[in-house]
Design a protein around this ligand. Structure first.
Ligand code: UDP
Length: 239
């Protein structure tokens, strides 16, 4: 295990649903702890780790607006949900003895730090795990876009999309089509033109702008995140 990690600085994006276990809603502490261990294994390799966690396990703006709520209000609620997830993850990581900072796009100084780019970079240089919360801070965006934005700003070498229930990008839905084929590599343009499920279109466009590779892999099996940094495992690389 002496080879240098495949990427020296990465941003791991997980959906909020990755933290709910099989409860169907909210936070499942043992699942949060399991993901924290995945992150810890990579941090211990000397990799600088950024995290973006969605909020869909608690609240999604589109759901709220479908039920008559004003879209912007519902989106702010979704962003607040990501802060709750970030705090839960911070607690789990610190229980493992790791140093972390939660940095929110919406200032809430009693709870976490506000987003200041240079300060966030400094945390990474000091090998602290930086958890970016509250998405981009703007309604009508998603945490996928926040992940692509922060990964660019932090000069990450790759965005790692940790998925549940899939180990990459397929040409069609493998749950419906048994003959679906997983791509080893696929271009940003193909993802957009074929509407492949990786990240939303604005996030893909943002990654394409700086040719930031997106690695789609499974978080289901233990050690999956570390395997990617070791240049192993199953994944799709969007480039
Ligand atoms: N959200 C937002 N702006 C952002 C990021 C998130 O308004 O920059 C809101 C939006 O309502 C979204 C919710 O936060 O539905 C939760 O984020 P997301 O749906 O991306 O979470 P995930 O699906 O990854 O769990």
């Amino acid at each position: 295990e002496t080879a240098a990690p495949a990427y020296s600085r990465v941003l791991l994006k997980i959906s909020g649903e990755a933290l709910m276990g099989d409860q169907g809603f909210g936070l499942h502490p043992p699942t949060v702890q399991r993901i924290a261990e995945e992150v810890a294994a990579v941090q211990r390799m000397g990799v600088e780790v950024c995290l973006v966690i969605g909020g869909g396990n608690i609240f999604r703006g589109l759901q709220g607006s479908a039920q008559g709520m004003e879209r912007t209000t519902a989106d702010y609620m979704g962003m607040l949900a990501t802060v709750m997830n970030a705090l839960a993850m911070q607690g789990a990581l610190e229980a493992l003895g790791l140093h972390t900072r939660v940095i929110s796009a919406i200032p809430m100084d009693q709870v976490c730090e506000p987003y200041i780019r240079r300060r966030a970079v400094r945390h990474l240089e000091k090998k602290r795990i930086v958890i970016f919360a509250a998405g981009t801070g703007n309604p009508y965006f998603t945490t996928d876009t926040a992940a692509a934005l922060r990964a660019n700003e932090m000069a990450c070498k790759a965005i790692l999309m940790g998925k549940n229930g899939t180990d990459g990008v397929y040409d069609k839905d493998p749950r419906i089509h048994p003959d679906a084929v997983r791509y080893d590599r696929v271009t940003y343009d193909e993802v957009l033109s074929k509407h492949l499920k990786v990240m939303d279109a604005s996030a893909i466009a943002l990654a394409r702008e700086n040719r930031l590779p997106i690695i789609v892999f499974s978080l289901d099996a233990p050690g999956g995140f570390k395997a990617i940094l070791q240049g192993q495992g199953t994944y799709t690389r969007v480039e």
